[in-house]
Design a binder for this molecule. Sequence first.
Ligand code: FES
Length: 106
Amino acid sequence: IQIHLIHPDGNRQTLQARTGHSLMQVAVDANVDGIDADCGGSLTCATCHVFVEPEWASRLPAASKDEQGLLDFTATPRENGSRLSCQISLTPELDGLTVRLPSAQH
Ligand code: FES
């Protein structure tokens, strides 16, 4: 599937992703600047923050309580579409998923 990233400077980047992986993993594997993921996906760092574009936000499973809690500790303030990308599991339905990257993860 294809994932579209919008960098803080407006540049767009498209990643080819395999389903079954997390969005964070796909971004880290592609050396995406802007996803730090210090904790490696164990839901303790909040440095894999992304803003999911409105048309996609409602198509994702809701954030868990733990994810919701950690979203209060992102370096760039949380917005409506804020999610932690390590908690977004890629499925075929998410082909075309578009997220914006925050200006800072630390
Ligand atoms: Fe640490 Fe997502 S990688 S919370």
